[in-house]
Design a protein around this ligand. Structure first.
Ligand code: PEP
Ligand code: MN
Length: 338
């Protein structure tokens, strides 16, 4: 940490700050210039609330120079994390993962038709919500475990892995037999109790960025899971809420290279929630692969306009097949496979 003192800070004020830093367990190195003193602190700053130092008389600003997350930080595994699934499928590394499926599992016919299409396109993961976090309590809430069983059966038939959202701790146990990758949705990114429990679950987690979360907050949420011993985490950029109203969310493509710089965890992009519009999904999916995404997560449905949830952003199956073909070309251009 760096504490820059104001130009007219007195020796008493500087000493008071140094004392507080030492008391917090930090080693202090003072540099005194012609007009200003700078205090550099080395030690357990991750656990310190730096904001309290800004309240000291004579302090100009306080700056953190090491990340508050340790396990999720790039330095922990400079070579990058590859999340490996029991069937040998990997997320991270050279190959770009394709995860696709309906927003919500609706019925047998729907999920089996989609599974067939995902497999034919070369995808590895079948997605589908069984527990849906809907803004309105009157909207379709998902089929629950019976729906998840259907998706699991469809995935097994086609050699796919399943990814589905878990909304609360009580659901984890019953979801385990049918889930290969637990999705934590944007609304639950800071449900710290759920994150802690998933840290003990020993199943990979797809952690979506909250609608107004900073990347530091996203990585701190990953840290919650990792602190429990579960290092198999895939981050997901799914758009954030901004002043712009033309799209449902604003797809933050720059989050991808930033997260790769800050963290060793793979990053998947979800252009479906990122845009909220079917016509915008392919261009954004292509942009995210070009920007280095380790996978894409897209919503698809044989009868997209009639989807029980998120119809406007859902691709028809032929649109999805065309998109994967285009993504393959882009993947090759950036030295990846798909
Ligand atoms: C979803 O994937 O269907 C979903 C609800 O995502 P998010 O949490 O990103 O809104
Ligand atoms: Mn959705």
């Amino acid at each position: 940490m760096i504490v820059a003192m104001q130009e007219r800070a007195t020796e008493e004020q500087i000493d008071a700050v140094i004392d507080a830093m030492v008391e917090a367990g930090v080693n202090v190195h003072r540099t005194t210039g012609a007009t200003q003193s700078i205090l550099a602190g080395v030690g357990p700053t991750a656990s310190i609330d730096l904001a309290k130092f800004e309240l000291f008389a004579g302090v100009l600003y306080v700056h953190r120079i090491t990340a508050p997350y340790k396990l999720a930080g790039r330095a922990f595994r400079p070579e990058g994390t590859v999340v490996e699934f029991p069937n040998g499928v990997k997320v991270g590394g050279e190959h770009i993962a394709v995860m696709a499926g309906p927003c919500a599992i609706e019925n047998r016919e729907q999920i089996f038709a989609i599974a067939k299409c995902v497999k034919a396109a070369g995808g590895g993961f079948l997605r589908g919500g069984a527990f849906k976090p809907r803004s309105s309590p009157y909207a379709f809430q998902g089929l629950g475990i019976p729906g998840l069983k259907l998706m699991h059966e469809a995935a097994q038939e086609h050699g796919l892995l399943t990814v589905t959202e878990v909304m609360e701790i009580a659901q984890i146990e019953s979801m385990l037999p049918y889930t290969d990758l637990f999705q934590v949705g944007a609304r639950n990114m800071q449900n710290f109790n759920l994150l802690r429990e998933l840290g003990l679950a020993r199943k990979p987690v797809l952690l979506k960025r909250g609608i107004s979360a900073t990347l530091e907050e996203l990585l701190l949420s990953a840290e919650y899971i990792m602190a429990g011993g579960n290092y198999d985490i895939i981050l997901c950029e799914r758009g954030i809420r901004t002043y712009e109203t033309s799209t449902r969310n604003t797809m933050d493509i720059s989050a991808i290279p930033v997260l790769h710089k800050l963290s060793h965890l793979p990053v998947v992009a979800d252009p479906s929630h990122g845009t909220g519009r079917r016509d915008m999904v392919p261009p954004m999916a292509k942009a995210t692969v070009a920007a280095g995404a380790d996978g894409i997560l897209v919503e698809i449905h044989p009868n997209a306009d009639k989807a029980a949830s998120d119809a406007a952003q859902t691709l028809y199956l032929d649109q999805f097949e065309k998109l994967v073909g285009e993504l393959r070309v882009i993947a090759g251009a950036v030295g990846r496979t798909l």
